[in-house]
Design a protein around this ligand. Structure first.
Ligand SMILES: [Zn+2]
Length: 73
């Protein structure tokens, strides 16, 4: 991979109102997608066949809370 290389964008998650899942504002299709509270690369919940669906994104934990299993102290 050289020219035209794609790196998945990083997005910061926000807790949903019930505090059990994360939502992200999709950088590909600009919809809101909901994921389980785990950081790392995700397959985007975009429409099948779109570029975002192939590339996905890297989800970061919400600023106000650690991810499950990611306690650092
Ligand atoms: Zn999307």
């Amino acid at each position: 991979m050289s020219a035209g290389q794609h790196t998945p964008p990083t997005v910061r998650a926000v807790w949903t109102s019930n505090r059990t899942t994360w939502r992200i504002n999709c950088p590909h299709c600009f919809a809101v997608h909901v994921h389980g509270p785990q950081v790392g690369h995700k397959v985007a919940h975009c429409e099948p066949g779109t570029p975002g669906k192939t590339l996905g994104y890297v989800v970061e934990a919400p600023a106000d809370q650690q991810a499950l299993g990611e306690v650092t102290r």
